[in-house]
Design a protein. Structure first.
Length: 242
């Protein structure tokens, strides 16, 4: 009985083998490219325009980590709420809620991080498998973005790298949630939400649920500096509308 291959001409067999080789070549190429994009070693420090930029790769988040795919958020657990601290910061803005909401989702990186306290390092998109720097094209806020920033505290004496992941964008309720990445000083979630006031203005509420290994820090240090950081970020966004 003749086999399937015995019925095929030599040229047809070569034709099939050639396309199989091409297929596996592209499969290997995209696998390697995908890994290189997610590799921690692919961070380009030349695209980070900050002093002491080495801190963006030499920090607790990336220690012993080879790939961004190993990072994960530490959103607060509702059943463990008693072990967390809660902080609320709010602002009233004389601006249409839809205009503000669009700006929160699409503000450019330079405008968002233009203050003295918060410096932008880079972000990694887990969905697009792509690193984005301050001068790169930026298509706006998306779920799955891991953002690395540096806080310049105590007039720059203390520089602290913080990483968080955007975990939810709710267009209907106009809220954005992001959570601290594992292995940082803090764990927990932050939620920015917009709502209308009775006099036609917009209320911005920044809710933070957090914890760390130090109760002293959580009670006396974190709240004060966190409020200053949050205020600067929201001020940058509001100013960008003018």
């Amino acid at each position: 009985m003749e086999t399937f291959f015995s019925k095929m001409t030599t040229n047809k067999i070569k034709y099939i083998l050639r396309y199989l080789i091409i297929f596996f070549y592209f499969l290997l190429f995209f696998s390697i490219n995908s890994y290189s994009q997610s590799s921690i070693s692919s961070i380009n420090l030349d695209k980070i325009f900050q002093k002491r930029k080495i801190k963006f790769i030499k920090n607790s988040y990336l220690k012993k980590t080879k790939s961004f795919l190993e990072l994960y958020p530490t959103c607060y657990e509702k059943e463990d709420i008693d072990n967390y601290n809660i902080q609320n910061d709010s602002y009233i803005v004389d601006e249409d809620i839809n205009v503000l909401w669009n700006q929160y989702k699409n503000i450019d990186l330079k405008s968002a991080y233009s203050g003295k306290l918060v410096k932008f390092g880079f972000l990694y998109s887990t969905i697009k498998n792509k690193l984005v720097y301050i001068n790169d094209d930026y298509s706006g806020l998306e779920v799955g973005q891991i953002v690395f920033i540096r806080l310049d505290l105590l007039k720059g004496i203390k520089k602290l790298v913080v990483a968080y992941e955007v975990t939810d964008i709710d267009d209907e309720n106009k809220s954005i949630q992001f959570c601290y990445i594992k292995n940082g000083i803090s764990e927990g979630s932050q939620t920015i939400s917009l709502s209308n006031t009775q006099n036609g203005k917009t209320k911005i509420t920044h809710n933070t649920i957090f914890k760390s290994n130090s109760k002293f820090r959580d009670k006396w240090i974190y709240p004060k500096f966190h409020s200053r950081v949050v205020k600067e970020l929201h001020k940058n966004l509001i100013s960008s509308l003018k």
